[in-house]
Design a protein. Structure first.
Length: 99
């Protein structure tokens, strides 16, 4: 993540290895013959997605100035921000944005 001054000049670039929640998993999907659908098959596709996003404060501690020199913590070598990540994963109908 980069931090810029009001003039758009790079103040510092910070990075960190973070564990971030994500939704993944197996949801049972089905395909069955159907005389009521044009394709001849009734598809019931389920996808794993979050029920909502939660906010988490993250602090990056590996920061560098515009020249690539490491900035110490005492000289502002950290950058904090809020990250929104998935929470409470569930199976939903694929393509359904209303959940």
């Amino acid at each position: 993540m980069n931090e810029f001054d009001n003039g758009g000049r790079l103040i510092k670039k910070c990075e960190e290895d973070l564990a971030v929640n994500k939704c993944e998993g197996a949801c049972v999907s089905k395909v069955q013959p159907s005389v009521n659908t044009p394709s001849g098959f009734l598809k019931d596709c389920k996808c794993c997605r979050e029920t909502h996003l939660r906010s988490r404060k993250v602090t990056l501690t590996h920061c560098y100035d515009a020249d690539g020199n490491r900035i110490s913590d005492e000289k502002g070598g950290v950058l904090s921000f809020k990250l929104r990540e998935p929470a409470e994963c569930r199976c939903f109908k694929c393509g359904d944005s209303t959940r």
